[in-house]
Write a protein that binds this ligand. Structure first.
Ligand code: SAH
Length: 260
């Protein structure tokens, strides 16, 4: 034993090797191995991705939405970019959220439910009335490249256009105006989705719907429970109506009121 120790001291290469291994061992303990035990913290985007996945599983799939095209769209669209910065952390909660001007971004489940009811395959021309934040338009844009959306409040229309552009949905066609009249030049549409509650289905929307097309709209008075209604245009031009689900939407208005 004594002889071995002496050997280390006398042979400089061995001494060097010994010190080097001690140094490696110590720095490993201090910097490397210690760190492995503390969990890796997620950055902002990773937290949103995790929350979005949780939203799809617990709020959407759990309530029976099954269409893989719809589920995949909800997994992709960064909902936190469509809500005001101050509400970003609540973007994946099971609730509508205020977006300013007295309007709201719909609850994720309702967005999924309405989108699924349209039974889109991926090439349809779709019109949305009530752009709001632009989130529903982005969901549609994940499904088909032919999305048209109209918003009556100028400030919201501008902001949604900007949000959609920045989030990579530049191809969505936006317009500011009264959606009651639809988008005549671009009609007919395979599907129309109205995201504000109206007392009746605007007749221009019915005539801009293709035969075989579907329109979904919350019907009922403002500030009361409305009935989500699916209208299908038959090949002979008649309509078949189905009441789907009680909902609560902001009112469909005919003239933008500036409340903020
Ligand atoms: N789809 C939106 C939520 C819509 S809230 C989203 O994903 O965020 C309903 C929107 O419809 C509001 O922004 C409201 O200003 C708009 N709106 C109400 N009446 C309208 C009309 N006649 N024409 C177009 N938009 C209308």
């Amino acid at each position: 034993m004594k002889r071995t120790v002496c050997l280390f001291y006398r042979v400089p290469q061995l001494r060097f090797a010994l010190l080097l291994s001690l140094w490696i061992l110590l720095s490993g303990l201090l910097f490397g191995w210690g760190k492995k035990e503390t969990p890796k913290t997620l950055d902002g985007e990773e937290v949103f991705t995790r929350d979005r996945e949780r939203m799809v599983v617990t709020q959407i799939e759990a309530r029976g939405v099954r269409d893989p095209i719809v589920l995949s769209a909800l997994r992709k669209v960064p909902r936190h970019r469509f809500v005001p910065k101050s509400l970003e952390e609540r973007a994946y909660d099971d609730t509508p959220l205020p977006i300013g001007y007295g309007q709201t971004i719909s609850q994720p489940y309702i967005v999924a439910y309405m989108t699924e009811a349209l039974q889109l395959k991926g090439t349809e021309k779709v019109l949305e009335i009530g752009t709001g934040s632009g989130y529903q338009a982005a969901i549609l844009a994940e499904i088909t490249p032919h999305v048209y959306t109209i918003e009556i409040i100028p400030e919201l229309a501008d902001r949604a256009r900007k949000t959609l552009n920045e989030a990579g949905y530049r191809f969505v066609k936006t317009r500011q105006g009264d959606g009651y009249f639809g988008w005549e030049e671009e009609s007919p549409f395979d599907a129309i989705i109205v995201t504000a509650a109206a007392g009746h289905v605007p007749p221009p929307l019915l005539s801009q719907l293709k035969a075989g097309g579907k329109l979904i709209i919350p019907l009922g008075g403002p500030y009361e429970v409305q009935m989500l209604t699916l209208v299908e245009k038959m090949q002979d031009g008649t309509f078949r109506t189905n009441q789907l689900l009680p909902v609560r939407f902001v009112p469909f208005v005919r003239k933008a009121e500036s409340s903020q």
